[in-house]
Ligand binder design. Structure first.
Ligand SMILES: *Cc1c(COP(=O)(O)O)cnc(C)c1O
Length: 377
């Protein structure tokens, strides 16, 4: 028996998650392009539902989430009984780790994978296993090579954050087919709505005993501040997750707003189309200025710089211009900046600012005058 108060093994090794910055000192109208939020916000119908819900906040929420699950089921053609709703998809990820992984078990994800996979794995006392990608694309062979009898979960985000790349259904099927029998494949579809015709892996989660899909209201639905996500998969797995879900994990407000949001697919369609238009524009504008990126399938672009020093200098310059983007060194991408596709004005501003940065860097090259020092930033 231990003679002092201490947390479970692994917990003190968790690095605290850093959210995207929202403010720049001394700038009142900063443009936030650091958290992949929808620049158009939530659907008007969702906002109206929020206002109506205020009349019921003295009541406990319902615990089975039936109305929301049915609305999601109708929107996606899925069996509502195989859906579980959570406090963001983060909570579904957490349930999966808590329920299926513990000390001695391994959880596999990729080197540029979403940070919550590692955090939830370690919170459960399990061992994270990080697998190489191939030029910032999920490598199915590398994942399969990393699996063994200790593997319990494999997480891939498709499209992935922060790379913006994705792999096709044939590759995902090959992954699901090749996993050891005790392992679950989790397809994180946080950005699935941005890919025309892609179901986020719903069909695989419908037909396979070892595939779970997670989805969120935080991205295209513009409800990141409200914290709603969901998971869908084999009945047996959803039943397990429901046993560790708090009965009142979602508030009345979350449930009613999410239901209105998922019933307004026109809003989703408009946001998808506008994102695609500005994403192409932004990627081309940056490429012209000497900043390449992989073809993104999501609502952000991973801008690549020559090295870490240039990425850091550009980030500082953008901040001085009131533009907040995301450094992704914590995702093993020190020479990159992740830039959320904003509205047209924001995209033009960030492209213009990066153009100035590159022009200035070129002008001062060979003068021993670093850009940041020269700019007084
Ligand atoms: C944003 C994001 C999520 C969503 O998290 P929520 O908890 O639903 O807000 C999940 N996975 C990835 C890869 C993401 O980028």
């Amino acid at each position: 028996m231990s003679d002092r108060i201490q947390p479970q093994p692994g917990i003190m090794d968790i690095a605290l998650y850093q959210g995207g910055a929202a403010h720049v000192a001394g700038v009142s109208d900063a443009i936030k392009l650091s958290s992949n939020e929808n620049p158009f916000g939530a659907s008007e119908k969702a906002k109206e539902a929020f206002l109506r819900a205020v009349h019921r906040i003295h009541r406990y929420p319902n615990t089975d989430h039936r109305a929301l699950r049915q609305a999601i089921g109708e929107a996606h053609g899925l069996d509502a009984d195989r859906i579980i709703c959570g406090v963001g998809s983060d909570e579904i990820i957490h349930f999966l780790c808590q329920a299926y992984a513990g000390p001695g078990n391994e959880v596999v994800f990729t080197e540029h994978g979403f940070l919550m996979y590692k955090i939830s794995t370690m919170a459960a006392g399990a061992t994270p296993v990080e697998v190489k990608e191939r030029e910032r694309v999920t490598d199915v062979d590398a994942i399969l090579a990393a699996c063994n009898e200790r593997t319990r979960l494999v997480f891939i985000a498709n499209p992935n954050n922060p790379t913006g790349t994705m792999i096709g259904l044939a590759e995902i099927e090959r992954l699901a087919n090749g996993l050891p029998p005790q392992a679950i494949l989790v397809l994180d579809g946080a950005y699935a709505e941005y890919v025309p015709g892609y179901d986020g892996g719903a069909w695989m989660a419908t037909t396979r005993p070892n595939v779970v899909m997670t989805r969120t209201f935080s991205k295209i639905y513009g409800l990141g501040g409200l914290r709603i996500g969901w998971g869908y998969g084999p009945r047996e797995i959803i039943d397990v997750l429901n046993r560790i879900r708090g009965p009142f994990n979602l508030s009345t407000v979350q449930l009613e707003v999410a239901e209105a949001a998922v019933r307004d697919q026109d809003h989703v369609d408009r946001c998808r189309a506008e994102n695609a238009r500005m994403r192409t524009w932004l990627a081309e504008a940056l490429a012209e200025k000497g900043v390449p990126s992989d073809t993104s399938t999501a609502n952000f672009i991973l801008a690549r710089f020559a090295d870490e020093a240039e990425a850091v200098a550009c980030d500082a310059w953008l901040q001085s211009q009131g533009l907040i983007v995301r450094r992704v060194a914590g995702y093993n991408l020190p020479n990159c900046l992740r830039i959320t596709v904003g509205d047209e004005a924001s995209c033009r501003r960030v492209a213009h600012a990066i153009g100035l940065f590159k022009a200035r860097a070129t002008a001062t090259e060979g003068q021993g005058d670093g850009f940041v020092a020269g700019a007084g930033a």
